[in-house]
Design a protein around this ligand. Structure first.
Ligand code: TNX
Length: 534
C-alpha cells in the first residue's frame, strides 16, 4: 500500500507505473502560466509550510519541477484533470483552474502525510521524505455540485470560522457551501433600509439584524449552552464568497420562507396580520411560524430581501427554503412559494428550494433539494420540467445527527439513526427513478442546534462529509466500502496534523487521533416534531 491507494475521493483511473518515483528536492520549482498562477501559489504555500523549500513559481519547467498546465483542448469536463508523476517531474493538466485545483488536492494526498505539517522540524531529516510513486491519474467528478450546508442561524459561525471550514472541505473536492442564513431564532445577513421609494410600507429592514443577530437557539438540556450570536454585513458576505471562489467553492445563500420566519416576524411588525411584532424565540422546535399569504407586506419583504441578496451573490443560485411550513396551510403555501420563486427568478438567479416546494409550479430550471418524504413529486419535476435535483436525504447526509446514542452533540430524530460514515457512504443518489442526468449533486447539511464552535462542527462533519465527498465525486464502479474504510484510517493522520477534529469511528483503524472538542456537558436532546413546543 502507498499513497496512490489512499486517495479520497477515489479517482476514476489510477495506474501505478513500474518506474522510479518522483522526489521533491529543495531546488524544485512550480511551473505555471499566468492564469494557473493562483492555484500554483496555493500549492506552493502548502508545500513550503512542511518542506521549508522555496518553491518559486516560474514559467517554463526544468526536470524535477511540478508543472501546472491549462490546456483548452483538454477534455473530460470542466472539473477534470490528469496527473502524471514521473522521476523527471510532476505534470498536472486541466482545461480550467477548477480542474487544476482538483488535481492539486490529489497531489497533496500523494505526498506522505508529513506534508500536512505541522512544521518542517517534524519531518525526519534522515529520510528523503517527499517521495511520490510514479503514477498516471485521470479523474473527473460524477456530479458537478458537491456541497455542505452550514446552519449559521441557530448558532453563528464567524467569517474566519467559515473560511476555516472551506479550507478543510476543499481537500475532498467539495465545491459548494450553502449558508442557511435565517430561521426562527436569528437573522444573519444585513439587509439595508431602502429609500422611501423602494419601501412603500416603510418596513424596518435594518431591524432584521439589529434585533435578529442577537438571536440563537437554546436547547432545553440540563445545562443549556446558547448558540452563538452575530451576523454578516453585506461586505462580509462578499468576502466569504471571494475566499470561497479562490478555493473553487460556490456559495449558495438561503433565506428560509414562508416557514422558519419568526425572526422576521419579530423584527418587522408589518409582517403580522395584527401589526404586532412577535417575540424572539430560542426554541429548537420547528414548523411553528409562517408568513401571511394575504398581506402585501409579505411580498414586498421577500422581494426586497431577495433583490438585495441577489445583488451580492456571485454564484447563480438563490435558495428560498420552503421546508417545514407546518402551520401555513397547503393552498397558502403553494400560492406563496410560487410567487417567491417567481420573485427569486426575477432577480436573474436560479431558484433552489427544499423538496416541499416541488408542490408548486416553479420557474423553468428551478433546483429541488430533496431531504425528506416523497420523492415522486421531485421525480415528476425532474422528468417533465428538467428541474435539477440536489440529493440530501436525511438518513444518508444529515451531518447534525448523532453517531451513536452517547454522542455528546447531535440530534437523533431521523429514522434509522444514529448514523456513522457507513450510512453516508452506502447509498446511491440515483434512486426512486432519478437518474444521474437529473441530479445536480449531493449536499450534507450541518444543522447547528447542538453545535457551538468549529471543532464541534468538524467532529460531526468528519468523517461523514468524506463519505459524501466520495459519493458525489467518484463513480459507483470505483467505490468500495471496505476499501473506503481502510482509506479513512489512513486519512486520520492527515486530519490530526491539520488539527481537524473528527469522530474516531470504532470500526476504523485510525492512523491518527482527534482532539475531543467537548469541554461542556452534553447538549443531548431528542425530539423534533415531538415534545418541545413553541
Ligand atoms: C429539519 S431539514 C430542518 C431544520 C432542522 C433540522 C434538524 C430541513 C429542511 N429543516 O430546520 O434544523 O431538521 O435536524
Amino acid at each position: 500500500m502507498n499513497t496512490t491507494d489512499n486517495l479520497i475521493p477515489r479517482p476514476s483511473h489510477v495506474a501505478l507505473q513500474d518506474e522510479p518515483p518522483f522526489t521533491l528536492e529543495s531546488a524544485a520549482r512550480i511551473a505555471a502560466d499566468k492564469p494557473a498562477g493562483p492555484v500554483a501559489e496555493q500549492l506552493a504555500s502548502l508545500l513550503r509550510r512542511s518542506t521549508g523549500f522555496a518553491l518559486p513559481i516560474v514559467q517554463g519547467p526544468l526536470p524535477g519541477d511540478i508543472t501546472l498546465k491549462l490546456e483548452e483542448t483538454f477534455d473530460g469536463g470542466p472539473e477534470a484533470y490528469a496527473l502524471t508523476v514521473a522521476e523527471s517531474g510532476v505534470r498536472l493538466t486541466a482545461s480550467t483552474t477548477a480542474g487544476l485545483f482538483n488535481g492539486v488536492q490529489t497531489l497533496r494526498q500523494l505526498f506522505p502525510a508529513a506534508i500536512e505539517g505541522p512544521d518542517a522540524a517534524d519531518a525526519s531529516p534522515s529520510d528523503p521524505t517527499w517521495v511520490i510513486p510514479a503514477v498516471e491519474i485521470a479523474d473527473a467528478p460524477r456530479f458537478a455540485y458537491r456541497g455542505l450546508m452550514l446552519d449559521v442561524a441557530r448558532s453563528f459561525f464567524t467569517v474566519a470560522q467559515v473560511k476555516e471550514q472551506i479550507d478543510v472541505m476543499t481537500q475532498f473536492k467539495l465545491n459548494v457551501l450553502h449558508l442557511h442564513l435565517t430561521d426562527d431564532q436569528a437573522w444573519r445577513i444585513e439587509i439595508h433600509d431602502p429609500g422611501a421609494e423602494g419601501n412603500p410600507s416603510g418596513l424596518p429592514y435594518a431591524n432584521l439584524t439589529a434585533l435578529g443577530a442577537q438571536g440563537a437557539v437554546e436547547v432545553p438540556t440540563a445545562t443549556p449552552v446558547r448558540g452563538r450570536e452575530g451576523f454578516y454585513t453585506q461586505q462580509d458576505f462578499l468576502d466569504i464568497q471571494a475566499y470561497a471562489a479562490s478555493k473553487n467553492v460556490l456559495v449558495v445563500p438561503e433565506i428560509d420562507v414562508p416557514g422558519h420566519v419568526n425572526t422576521a416576524l419579530a423584527a418587522i411588525p408589518q409582517l403580522n396580520a395584527d401589526g404586532v411584532a412577535k417575540s424572539m424565540s430560542t426554541t429548537p422546535a420547528v414548523g411553528w411560524s409562517t408568513l401571511d399569504e394575504s398581506l402585501p407586506a409579505t411580498y414586498e419583504f421577500v422581494r426586497e430581501v431577495l433583490t438585495q441578496l441577489a445583488a451580492i451573490t456571485v454564484g447563480p443560485y438563490l435558495h428560498i427554503g420552503g421546508d417545514e411550513a407546518l402551520v401555513t396551510g397547503h393552498e397558502n403555501y403553494v400560492a406563496m412559494v410560487q410567487e417567491f420563486a417567481r420573485i427569486a427568478a426575477g432577480t436573474g438567479k436560479t431558484v433552489v428550494g427544499w423538496n416541499e416546494y416541488a408542490a408548486a409550479e416553479l420557474p423553468p430550471g428551478s433546483v429541488i433539494q430533496y431531504w425528506f418524504g416523497d420523492l415522486a413529486p421531485v421525480l415528476k419535476h425532474a422528468e417533465t420540467d428538467g428541474s435539477p435535483v440536489i440529493m440530501s436525504p436525511a438518513a444518508n447526509t444529515y451531518l447534525d445527527q448523532k453517531y451513536a446514542p452517547d454522542s455528546p452533540v447531535g440530534l437523533e430524530w431521523v429514522e434509522g439513526g444514529p448514523f456513522t460514515w457507513a450510512e453516508y457512504y452506502n447509498w446511491d443518489p440515483a434512486q426512486g427513478g432519478l437518474k444521474d442526468q437529473h441530479i445536480l449533486g449531493v449536499e450534507g447539511a450541518l444543522w447547528s442546534e447542538t453545535v457551538r464552535n468549529n471543532q464541534q462542527a468538524q467532529w460531526l462533519l468528519y468523517p461523514r462529509a468524506v463519505s459524501l465527498a466520495e459519493v458525489a465525486w467518484s463513480s459507483p464502479e470505483v467505490r468500495n466500502a471496505g476499501d473506503f474504510r481502510r482509506r479513512l484510517g489512513a486519512l486520520g493522520e492527515r486530519l490530526a496534523r491539520q488539527g481537524v477534529a473528527f469522530q474516531e469511528a470504532p470500526d476504523v483503524e485510525w492512523s491518527g487521533t482527534s482532539e475531543w472538542p467537548f469541554p461542556e456537558a452534553a447538549t443531548s436532546f431528542t425530539p423534533k416534531y415531538g415534545t418541545i413546543e413553541a
